[in-house]
Design a protein around this ligand. Structure first.
Ligand code: PEP
Ligand code: CO
Length: 446
């Protein structure tokens, strides 16, 4: 029987990737401010997402989770947010229309500000400073002042998350996701892509179908004009996550109200660790990253600890193995979870197992490896008779050059042209949309 849970019980467990602040009074002050601020997400939205993720786990819906590896404070600007939302909505239209299932849209947005790091420090030209851990903690510039963890960043991150989600909600409430408005679906194909024609055909077909339905019903279909959208981030910084957790009025349990769907990263998922302790007590649907070293019995214990009541939609396992590892490593995990009789929603992150450095030292991924990992997931699930319930991508609405390949044909020489990410390489919008088409094709054949 585990000990009683409280929003602070994680403090009794070893916590990885946490931050040491040199001014504890300033940290308490920042935490106190976050506790008093209104929530970013509400418990009823969170419960609605949980039921949609349960449906994705049964194959009745499909999860599209995507966004930056690392959201930046400087990117809290209307045109940047607008571009991210637009590409996610386009991908979801492609998946709904082409894949034939309603899509659950979850951004890595409005709070994806904390990054786990493999080394606590970074050394450049003989100078060693604390590693950059995301804007939630410190700043990226390589100076002692910038790298000093600043507790006020927690409040800044909370405020920007609220601003971001507020803008997204307003755009969607105003019909930004409305399939009737073709102008909103217009995208600038800066790089020529074979997908451009395919995209326009899909758009025309989709709009014809909507016109047909409108005409049949005799009025515009209201349901299609406001779409659901949820946010997610890695729940890495436990001071921050616990400060944002509440027991909402009329509810008997705790929710992390900093986001809809927090996830536990690959580096912090140990069974006896502080992250698992914190996450087991909140009611949100949660993601858990599952890498190639996860043992089947360890996974079952993790699922048991995090979801003892076996509530559907509570756990999404975000598998990130690397394209060549899925066929050997995933089947035993599917088998173990099935034998244990546990309900989970399986999702594929084809990004994090496929990162490598080019000869000139640039961190990248190849589009073909990403597609191979998605394909391997579909194949393994088909063979096991289980359901692939979604995908998880690092992507952006901009024309960046961070991932090699795709029908826009990015080469190593192109990487230098427009590489913006400070952490992991993201799909640009043409690559993102192309991937949505490929996933939709696979989904149609399931
Ligand atoms: C991430 O999603 O950016 C990340 C760090 O992933 P993982 O925990 O799977 O390595
Ligand atoms: Co990443």
């Amino acid at each position: 029987m585990p000990d009683a849970w409280s929003p602070d019980s994680w403090r009794r467990f070893p916590a990885e990737q946490q931050v040491t602040y040199d001014d504890p009074a300033a940290l308490s002050e920042a935490i106190g401010r976050i506790r008093r601020l209104p929530p970013i997400a509400t418990s009823w939205e969170i419960e609605k997402l949980k039921s949609q993720l349960a449906a994705a786990g049964r194959g009745e819906r499909f999860l599209l989770q995507g966004g930056d590896c690392n959201e930046r404070f400087v990117d809290c600007e209307s045109h940047v947010i607008d571009a991210k939302l637009k590409i996610l909505l386009m991908m979801s239209a492609v998946l709904t229309w082409g894949g034939g299932r309603p899509v659950v849209r979850v951004g890595r947005i409005a709070g994806q500000y904390a990054k786990p790091r493999s080394e606590p420090n970074e050394t450049r030209d003989g100078v060693t400073l604390p590693a950059y851990r995301g804007d939630l903690v410190n700043s990226i510039e390589f100076t002692p002042e910038a790298r000093r963890p600043d507790p006020l960043n927690l409040v800044r991150a909370y405020n920007r998350s609220a601003l971001t989600l507020n803008f997204i909600r307003s755009l969607l409430a105003g019909g930004f996701g409305d399939v009737h408005h073709s102008a909103l679906w217009d995208m600038k194909w800066a790089v020529s892509s074979e997908r451009e024609a395919e995209y326009h055909t899909l758009l025309r077909d989709m709009q014809a179908a909507v016109r047909f339905l409108d005409a049949s019903v005799g009025r515009p279909l209201g349901e299609l004009s406001v779409v659901d959208f949820y946010c997610s981030h890695e729940g890495l910084h436990l001071e921050y996550e616990s400060a944002a957790s509440e027991q909402p009025p009329m509810r008997s349990a705790w929710y992390d109200l900093s986001t809809h769907m927090p996830w536990i990263g690959e580096r912090t998922r140990r069974l006896d660790g502080a992250h698992v302790e914190f996450f087991r007590g909140i009611q949100n649907p949660i993601g858990v990253k599952v890498g190639p070293t996860m043992a089947p019995d360890e996974l079952v214990q993790l699922v048991d600890t995090l979801n003892p009541a076996d509530e559907a939609g509570r756990i999404t396992l975000i598998v990130r193995m690397g394209a060549s590892t899925v066929h050997t490593r995933l089947p035993p995990l599917l088998d173990a979870v099935r034998r244990a009789g546990r309900f989970v929603t399986w999702c594929c992150d084809p990004m994090h197992g496929n990162t490598f450095k080019t000869a000139s030292g640039i961190k990248t991924r190849h589009f073909d490896d990403i597609v191979r990992e998605v394909d391997a997931n579909f194949e393994v699930h088909a063979a096991a008779g289980t359901v692939l319930g979604g995908v998880h991508f690092e992507m952006t609405g901009r024309d960046v050059t961070e991932v090699l390949g795709g029908s826009c044909g990015l080469t190593e020489a192109d990487l230098l042209r427009n590489y913006e990410s400070d952490v992991d390489p993201r799909l640009n919008y043409a690559q993102s949309l192309e991937l949505a088409f490929l996933v939709a094709q696979r989904l149609r054949n399931v």
